[in-house]
Ligand binder design. Structure first.
Ligand SMILES: Cc1ncc(COP(=O)(O)O)c(C=O)c1O
Ligand SMILES: [Zn+2]
Length: 426
């Protein structure tokens, strides 16, 4: 471990030098602010360039831990306190030839974040935010969640022995609420949408001495997620793909993916101009609708209606920024229907053995639609981010898989006479 913590900045335990406004560039100390007091634009973490240059190169990364902490010079916490957590990341990048052939694209890679400690990419932003909360001396951690963040925050809080409060809409998948409870969190379920849960969380944040990972810790939270694109580049042999398709809820993940590519370019780790595209369900197509209208204004969706609950964020905090990243990189924002999302989930499961939640089905459905309509060229190398595991959200698939159970039943029944009795019940 010691080789990773040499030279860390004594004051902050990292090479982070401050928070900076993404619009006007105004600088702020590394505090719990998330918006500029001049222009209200979001803030981001920036690093001491000389220190990062001295510590970060392909060799130092390759020799690092098998987790997000291999990129520690570009993360805003002391790696030693970070590594006391659940160490998510460095998940497989799977070369998916079966699905590439089925969809008709030259090369398709799935970044498989279904295998993180709590089975979604949310373990990444949480791994960075909780050590930051401890650094700020706060008494506990919280989040507003569509489900996955609840489990990720609760599990990491258990590991760090701090109380955890999660606020979720009441129709959140049962398995997601149960796992957060199992990890010991206090779960507050709100009769309403994610946006209602988010509003309540903002009020709680102001009154309690608690750090809400996706609210007042948001600039640090995003830093964890950017490791997804850094890993993709590293796993492709230090090359960016031609295109990456990202599921969009609040839009934070998509902006983080952009920051990850950008910082690797800035420090000479890799180069490229990856096209970043976004996928949302048609029942909550905030960014995709603005993209289709050719407009910069995101119109909130008051009552999202989709099986892709983890993406059901009607008023996306990072929506405008996600939209501008998509436009600047030449990407698309697409919004398949729930039927197409289920088809996408089934394709991924049956062609590649990866069981994703509907967020993953949304990405695969967009890939299919956009290859079919010619937006994605058939000779591209595409990466799809599959960010959550299907085992937490099985209920809506019942109709799609039950039929096949019966087919199997009749096939198996035909061989049962070999046993001379009814040995198997299907
Ligand atoms: C599995 C999964 N994928 C993607 C997202 C979207 O991330 P963001 O809200 O940062 O856009 C979420 C958000 O909860 C999620 O749970
Ligand atoms: Zn500003």
């Amino acid at each position: 471990m010691s080789e990773y913590v040499t030279n860390v900045n004594e004051r902050h335990g990292s090479f982070a030098k401050g928070l900076f406004c993404k619009e006007c560039g105004k600088s702020f100390p590394l505090s719990m602010s998330n918006a500029c007091d001049e222009c209200f634009a979001p803030l981001e973490v920036r690093y001491d360039e000389t220190r990062v240059e001295n510590a970060l190169n392909r060799k130092s990364i390759s020799g690092g831990p098998s987790s997000i902490w291999r990129y520690w010079p570009l993360l805003p916490v002391n790696p030693e306190s970070g590594m006391a957590g659940l160490n998510p990341g460095f998940t497989p990048l799977r070369n998916c030839r079966n699905l590439a052939e089925e969809i008709g694209v030259k090369e398709l890679f799935i970044k498989d974040d279904t295998v993180n400690p709590t089975y979604s990419f949310k373990d990444r932003p949480v791994a960075v935010s909780i050590p930051k909360i401890l650094e700020f001396g706060l008494a506990g951690v919280g989040c507003a969640s569509t489900g996955n963040l609840a489990g990720a925050t609760a599990a990491a809080a258990a590991r760090y022995r701090i109380p955890c409060y999660v606020i979720v809409p009441s129709d959140t998948d049962h398995a997601k609420i149960l796992s957060a409870l199992a990890y010991g969190a206090k779960v507050i379920s709100v009769e309403g949408t994610y946006d209602d849960a988010n509003r309540i969380s903002n009020l709680v944040t102001d009154r309690l001495n608690v750090g809400f990972v996706n609210i007042n810790l948001r600039p640090y939270y995003v830093e964890g997620s950017k490791t997804l694109s850094m890993e993709v580049v590293e796993q492709l042999g230090w090359e960016e793909p031609d295109r990456i398709i990202v599921p969009v809820g609040s839009g934070a993940l998509l902006t983080a993916v952009n920051k990850g590519f950008g910082e690797f370019r800035q420090y000479g780790i890799s180069e490229g101009n990856c096209i970043i595209s976004g996928a949302q369900p048609s029942g909550c197509a905030t960014v995709a609708d603005a993209y289709a209208r050719g407009d910069n204004v995101i119109r909130p969706v008051l009552k999202p209606a989709t099986i892709a609950e983890s993406l059901a964020i009607g008023n996306p905090a990072s929506g405008p920024e996600a939209l501008s990243v998509i436009r600047n990189t030449g990407g698309f924002a697409d919004a398949p229907s729930d039927e197409e999302i289920i088809e996408g989930q089934m394709l991924l499961a049956r062609k590649e053995g990866i069981f994703s939640e509907p967020a993953g089905g949304t990405v695969i459905a967009s890939l299919k639609r956009k290859v079919e309509d010619g937006t994605i060229s058939r000779d591209e190398r595409v990466v799809c981010l599959i960010t959550g595991n299907g085992l937490k959200t099985p209920s809506h698939l019942t109709g799609s898989v039950v039929g096949s159970t019966y087919e199997v039943k009749s096939e198996i029944e035909s061989v049962l006479p070999i046993f001379g009795r009814n040995a198997i019940r299907v």
